[in-house]
Ligand binder design. Structure first.
Ligand SMILES: [Zn+2]
Length: 309
């Protein structure tokens, strides 16, 4: 009887893997380092070594499958990665089948932000709903959509790229070719950039701008302005998502969450102003903090074999 799965979350410098049972109890977790710069074989070996370590400890017979969260777009049918800035050498190769061959087990690849959204739906803040959107507000803005308890991927796995929807028409240029992308106006990086423009400091983290905002002087006022603008930009984007999906839950995670109390009122006000769907469903629609932090991707990856095979 299959008893557990292994979820793996591949980041730029670290790789984490967990054995999780069918009910969502994390049995074991390991982390190791990986370096995207080392190339294809090194990254594949890091992935398989981490999984094999957990499988050998918990037994191959109980293993129902393996989910791997990867920063990039996934073509599910073919089991390949496309459009990954970080892992160009893994693109268009049969990565899923290669990992599966090395480990002799079912493997499912998933975009890392999609996996995080699925993890929140399985064991986090979305446990009681079947439909949600997760926005990860960090260096950039990632997103995932869960509809009917399943990841909504779009036709080639590129759905949910909320970081690149236009939040500010004619706004800051973005590497994707657009102007005014959400991640240029409502990410941790955007907070740092605004702090620089307001001459608060050259390279302040979101946490530092949060700390400044608690000061009772002109500096504090400037920092609070940044969080107001941040909240308004985010609220406008969430208004568009609420109008699009009419889901009951919109979750936020990432490095800006500590400043929740500063941007939340502005985000909520703007979302109410801009979304008639939100105003009509105030009791049924929630914008809330995700609860699993950086473990969401592990839970989501581990959940995949149970729902996708
Ligand atoms: Zn963009």
């Amino acid at each position: 009887m299959p008893e557990y799965t292994i979820g793996l979350d591949l980041g730029g410098t670290n790789l984490r893997a967990a054995a999780i049972d069918r009910s969502g109890v994390m049995l074991d977790k390991i982390s190791g380092s990986t370096n995207f710069a080392e190339g294809r074989d090194a990254v594949l070996s890091d992935i398989t070594a981490a999984i094999a370590k957990l499988r050998d400890k918990h037994g191959p017979t109980g293993l129902a499958g393996i989910g791997v969260g990867i920063p990039g777009f996934i073509r599910m049918k073919e089991g390949i990665i496309t459009g990954s800035n970080n892992l160009p050498y893994l693109e268009n190769l049969p990565i899923r089948d290669e990992i599966s061959r090395r480990l002799g087990a079912l493997v499912i690849l998933e975009n890392d932000a999609n996996a995080a959204a699925l993890g929140e739906q399985w064991m986090g803040a979305g446990r009681h709903v079947q439909d949600l959107v997760l926005l990860t507000l960090g260096t950039g803005v990632g997103g995932g959509i869960i509809s009917g308890g399943r990841v909504l991927r779009g036709s080639v796995g590129m759905a949910g790229e909320f970081g690149h929807i236009t939040a500010v028409p004619g706004g800051n240029p973005c590497g994707c070719g657009n102007q005014g992308c959400l991640e240029k106006h409502a990410s941790a990086t955007a907070v740092t950039a605004m702090a620089r423009l307001m001459q608060l400091g050259e390279d302040l983290s979101a946490k530092e701008v949060y700390d400044l905002a608690r000061r009772d002087d002109l500096v504090g006022e400037k920092a609070r302005t940044i969080w107001r603008v941040f909240g308004e930009n985010l609220g406008g984007a969430i208004a568009a998502l609420i109008n699009t999906f009419n889901f009951p839950l919109y979750l936020l995670s990432g490095g800006v969450l500590p400043a929740w109390e500063l941007f939340e009122p502005h985000m909520m006000r703007t979302a109410r102003e801009r979304s008639f769907t939100f105003r009509a469903t105030l009791n049924e629609t929630r914008i809330a903090q995700a609860t699993l932090g950086n473990e969401a991707g592990l839970y989501g990856a581990a959940y995949l074999p149970w729902i996708e095979k």
